[in-house]
Design a protein around this ligand. Structure first.
Ligand SMILES: *Cc1c(COP(=O)(O)O)cnc(C)c1O
Length: 364
């Protein structure tokens, strides 16, 4: 049971049925938001309190609000899926709750108990249930819980007023025109995270630092940038917002091990279990950019894919570095293992395959 008492103030002027079905027909990603949002506050004296669902709308912030200056902020991303029988489920929300708590510890923010996280997410999805799209075309309702320093104070210390919110946004299939491999540029100059830094926390600061390298990749005609470790500049870490997997010709799979500088994706950990159950040998270990390049060259490395909640599983095609380039998906399509893992995962999420791992959480 949740300790937080959540007050629901449903609005009277909800989005009309016609407009809503127009949005759900082609939701895109992150542009439309549901009718409501959830807010809760924290102070050292009161702990978490004031949880409420209200009409979605802008916040009013004092210009001295701490997050605007020192980036004390963390967030989560998960999805609600509608099954064929109309029921609505989230995927491993306890894992997101636990990660939010780990991120909170790193950013000196207060922890939100797991049961409160679940209650807040469930409540918003229940209030805005009509915004959960039908499952056709891999649509879902993307959920964005986040927490930030909302105290008005320019001194540098953990804020004594913190705000937690959940907003929701209908999402279409990430790949509107079929699954196409992404091209990747190795970031030679920039790194994403160093040992002891914030790499394992899901915080806006990591995204801010990834924008300039990402922009460089786009300018040079690539979709994404891959970051290497900050010390030796050899070990593959991850993309700006997705973890990586490497598939070998014997069916074995490697993903970079968690060394404190990689974000522990829920999709990443799920694939470790799922691929194992599909008969693949899965290894978590350090993996160098040379192994990637040479593996594609020798033909031993047959597939590369990236994974995360938003895009699920995405094949990786071209990989370019300072003085060379290889193509990990020369046919321009996802390889068989990439497709198998992707299909197995989305079939569980949409209730089309038995949830033998107990990953689904019923909301409606
Ligand atoms: C959120 C995120 C991921 C993917 O995590 P999922 O839980 O699988 O969505 C990977 N890398 C970074 C940097 C992230 O912020």
């Amino acid at each position: 049971m949740s300790a937080l008492d959540i007050e629901v103030n449903a609005r009277q002027d909800r989005t009309g049925d016609d407009r809503l079905s127009g949005i759900l027909a082609a939701p895109g990603f992150g542009t439309h938001f549901t009718d409501h949002m959830l807010t809760a506050e924290w102070t050292p004296e009161q702990g978490w309190h004031g949880a409420r669902v209200t009409a979605y709308g802008p916040l009013t912030l004092d210009p001295a609000t701490a997050v605007l200056h020192y980036a004390q902020e963390i967030f989560e991303g998960l999805k609600a899926y509608r099954h064929a029988d109309g029921s609505v489920w989230t995927f491993r929300p306890e894992a997101n709750a636990a990660r939010l708590a780990r991120s909170a510890r790193r950013l000196a923010l207060p922890e939100l108990p797991v049961e409160d996280f679940l209650a807040t997410v469930d409540t918003l999805v229940q209030v805005d249930e009509r915004w959960v799209p039908d499952p056709q075309g891999e649509k879902s309702l993307y959920l964005r819980p986040f927490m930030f320093a909302s105290e008005s104070f320019l001194g540098v210390r953990p804020a004594k007023h913190v705000t937690y919110m959940v907003i929701a946004s209908p999402a279409g299939a990430y790949f509107a025109h079929g699954i196409k491999p992404v091209s990747i540029l190795v970031s030679e100059h920039f790194t994403r995270a160093a040992a002891g830094g914030m790499g394992a926390a899901k915080t806006g600061g990591n995204y801010a630092s990834s924008l300039a390298p990402q922009q460089e990749a786009i300018h040079r005609g690539f979709d994404q940038v891959v970051f290497l470790d900050a010390i030796e500049r050899r070990h593959v870490e991850e993309l700006g917002g997705m973890n990586l997997y490497f598939v070998f010709d014997d069916g074995s799979i490697v993903t970079p091990e968690l060394t404190g500088t990689i974000l522990e994706g829920v999709t990443r950990s799920s694939i470790i279990e799922l691929a194992g159950s599909l008969g693949h040998k899965v290894e978590e270990r350090r993996f160098t950019i040379d192994e990637w390049r040479d593996g594609v060259g020798s033909g031993r490395l047959t597939e590369v894919f990236a994974c995360g909640t938003a895009a699920v599983v995405t094949p990786v095609g071209r990989l370019a570095w300072r003085d060379g380039e290889v193509d990990c998906a020369p046919g321009g399509a996802a390889g068989p293992v990439t497709q198998q893992v992707r299909q197995a995962l989305v079939d569980i999420q949409y209730g089309r395959a038995e949830d033998t791992f107990g990953w689904l959480h019923r909301v409606v």
